[in-house]
Design a protein around this ligand. Sequence first.
Ligand SMILES: NC(=O)C1=CN([C@@H]2O[C@H](COP(=O)(O)OP(=O)(O)OC[C@H]3O[C@@H](n4cnc5c(N)ncnc54)[C@H](OP(=O)(O)O)[C@@H]3O)[C@@H](O)[C@H]2O)C=CC1
Ligand SMILES: Cc1cn([C@H]2C[C@H](O)[C@@H](COP(=O)(O)OP(=O)(O)O[C@H]3O[C@@H](C)C(=O)[C@@H](O)[C@H]3O)O2)c(=O)[nH]c1=O
Length: 276
Amino acid sequence: MILVVGANGMLGHDLMQELNGAVQGVDLPDIDITSFESVLEVVERTKPRIVVNAAAYTDVDGCESNSELAMQVNGEGVAFLAMASRTVGAKLVQVSTDYVFDGGKGSPYLEDDAPGPLSVYGESKLAGEMNAKFNPDHLIVRTQWLYGVHGKNFVETMLRLAGEKNELAVVVDQIGSPTWTVDLARAIRELVEHDCTGIYHAANSGFCSWNDFAGAIFEESGLSIRLNPLTTEQLNRPARRPLYSTLDCSKLAADAGFVPQPWREALKQYLKLRKG
Ligand SMILES: NC(=O)C1=CN([C@@H]2O[C@H](COP(=O)(O)OP(=O)(O)OC[C@H]3O[C@@H](n4cnc5c(N)ncnc54)[C@H](OP(=O)(O)O)[C@@H]3O)[C@@H](O)[C@H]2O)C=CC1
Ligand SMILES: Cc1cn([C@H]2C[C@H](O)[C@@H](COP(=O)(O)OP(=O)(O)O[C@H]3O[C@@H](C)C(=O)[C@@H](O)[C@H]3O)O2)c(=O)[nH]c1=O
């Protein structure tokens, strides 16, 4: 049995659909990963073969003012999951982020590039990666710019704002790969089925700026809205974000035979699906 922790979240929902075989989901309040007692109780009772952790504190700006909670959920919580999964002989799959990098490399990041988080969120997720290693049988999957039908995300924000405003300003100087949670869930399924361990990058292929992504969302939805350029400096959000954080996913292709589709194709499928 595969236990998905954080099953009510955006990725968690799609993992429940996409993973093969027996899958069980758990989330707050039935598990609180900041409590070792809670984690151990659930893991010992359910005795999974694999634990996939999709639970996290994902409010990037919120993490800046709640750094203790960020470290508890994204850092310490993973240590508890690693220890508990190890106790029952299960593998731990931990989901991580491009925000562990500083964005200064200028070409796609490889799995063994040096991390250098710029934000509390990034630091806490890096702590989570390190803590996952308390279980020697671990798989860390770094991804980025997620959107999916079961959570708050940039696509939904843009569609909502398009209904409220005539023009929008979106950053042009942050580059990455928008990734559909369904494609990520499929990548995780393949990695698990190929018994991969260690760190892997998984994101839809190609890259763009958030501004390009917003433009594509409006174009594919047939919406006309004036889209203005903005720099990260002008935006002035509480958390610093990497300027270039595209992930090189060739290890995923080589070891699990999975090549995620281009981001724009994924976006089209998502928009079609959400319309019902
Ligand atoms: N969203 C993105 O763009 C990206 C996300 N990631 C990573 O992917 C993973 C999934 O992200 P996403 O689906 O967006 O996350 P969501 O925020 O949609 O879901 C996270 C889930 O974890 C639950 N949770 C929070 N705290 C705890 C806790 N203490 N114990 C148990 N469950 C808890 C949340 O419950 P509740 O809602 O009740 O708080 C929620 O159901 C995370 O590891 C994230 O860091 C990586 C790159 C990009
Ligand atoms: C709503 C809005 C956002 N932006 C900018 C802010 C930010 O730089 C970028 C995206 O905004 P968001 O708040 O959706 O993005 P953000 O929360 O930074 O997204 C990140 O989430 C975490 C969980 C991750 O792990 C990352 O991979 C990444 O997906 O767009 C604008 O420029 N204009 C706008 O109107």
